[in-house]
Write a protein that binds this ligand. Structure first.
Ligand SMILES: Cc1cc2nc3c(=O)[nH]c(=O)nc-3n(C[C@H](O)[C@H](O)[C@H](O)COP(=O)(O)OP(=O)(O)OC[C@H]3O[C@@H](n4cnc5c(N)ncnc54)[C@H](O)[C@@H]3O)c2cc1C
Ligand code: SF4
Length: 343
């Protein structure tokens, strides 16, 4: 591990000012960054610790949405009664991630920015365009069972590892950012992550000195919400494929739907094609299968991960069926009707 200097930021503006010096990086819970530093994949000269900033609040907004501070622990967000009631898909996704100890340390901001789990990225003897731009991609033609089937490029076929970000994609979260020049902006999560293209080392639209200060969840749409994660063991494991679905029904018809996949692409993958093929269709397995076919129409396997295409389809069908059942148990359920977990 290389030597580095450290400071603890006292407020958000001081933090973005401190990180603007060359070689500086934020550290929050440290559960991803420290591992990468030990392997010298991340090589900051200076760490700006933002974990004690007063950015851990979860607040209700006047419109019925929620604002979650970037320093809120994953475990606190998962346990929050308002999140569990209004955004159960988010609570489910958080609980499906990592382990209890890690969720206690991991922050919301750090979770969004965690790096891929591609094994070649972690193996510094391998070619990896994400770690060392221009060095190639040993996952292409290599062991690529966990890799992308959608949106990949000739430079990188890695997937984004976050469960939470998949649920936030279905919930249409907005990410609040503070810049070193004190500018404040909000980016829709659907615009936050980039596909790998020729520059897989650039993963988001975050500017170099920007800090995530919080997440805004709009009032959730009505209907049933469900997160399903398929993984190689029951806990403490990343997704092979996951699905976040939010479905509302009108009688036996699907009224509206939102669908996002994890484990299939370089970013959480919202499938508008699946959503279009669900809307105003009977809530039947035939409809779900048609949506699954639409979602995976452009999917391409890399050899080792070909099975993921069918797995993603089946995971979507099962998740939709359960989300419809949840919607029919609690019709019209949303933050407006039962937002505080008190009823
Ligand atoms: C064994 C193991 C299993 C895991 N399993 C899962 C899993 O199944 N599902 C899952 O989703 N995750 C999993 N994780 C990943 C875990 O969720 C992340 O490590 C964690 O969420 C990162 O949060 P952190 O606060 O520790 O980030 P850090 O490690 O502190 O930071 C990560 C990155 O984000 C940057 N950063 C942090 N906060 C901010 C901010 N506010 N603004 C700008 N930049 C910031 C840092 O500079 C760094 O680049 C696992 C991790 C481990 C070690
Ligand atoms: S898939 Fe991406 S992260 Fe993995 S080796 Fe290739 S370039 Fe690196």
């Amino acid at each position: 591990m290389r030597p580095f200097t450290y400071e603890r930021a006292t407020d958000a503006r001081a933090a973005v000012a401190a990180v603007s010096r060359p070689g500086a990086k934020f550290i929050s819970g440290g559960t991803n960054l420290l591992d990468l530093m030990k392997l010298e994949i991340e090589r900051p000269d200076h760490l700006v610790d933002i974990s004690r900033l007063p950015l851990a609040e979860i607040e209700e907004l006047p419109d019925g949405g929620l604002r979650i501070g970037a320093q809120a622990a994953n475990s606190d967000v998962a346990a929050d009664a308002r999140v569990r009631s209004g955004c159960p898909v988010l609570a489910q996704a958080l609980v499906a991630g990592a382990s209890g100890q890690l969720r206690n340390m991991a922050s919301i901001g750090g979770n969004l920015l965690q790096r891929t789990r591609c094994p070649y990225f972690y193996d510094t003897d391998s070619g990896c365009n994400k770690r060392d731009p221009g060095s190639g991609c040993d996952a292409i033609g290599g062991v690529n069972r966990m890799h992308a089937i959608l949106g990949a490029s000739d430079s990188c076929i890695a997937t984004h590892p976050s469960d939470m970000a998949v649920a936030m994609t279905a919930l249409e979260a907005r990410i609040e950012l503070l810049g070193a020049d004190r500018s404040v902006r909000a980016v829709a999560i659907g615009d936050f992550y980039r596909l790998p293209g020729d520059t897989p080392h650039i993963e988001t639209v975050l500017r170099p000195e920007e800090m995530i200060t919080g997440i805004v969840l709009p009032p959730p749409p009505p209907g049933g919400q469900l997160y399903r994660k398929v993984r190689d063991r029951a806990s403490y494991e990343f997704a092979v494929v996951s699905v976040a679905a939010i479905v509302s029904t009108d009688g036996n018809m699907v009224a509206d739907a939102r669908v996002a996949f994890g484990g299939v692409a370089h970013k959480p993958w919202r499938s508008f094609a699946a959503e279009d093929s669900l809307r105003d269709r009977p809530a039947t397995m035939a409809t779900y299968r048609a949506a699954a076919e639409a979602a995976m129409r452009d999917a391409v396997g890399q050899g080792g991960n070909d099975f993921k295409i069918e797995l993603a389809k089946r995971t979507l069908c099962r998740t939709l069926a359960d989300a419809v059942a949840a919607a029919q148990e609690r019709p019209g359920h949303g933050r407006g009707e039962d937002s505080h977990g008190t009823s």
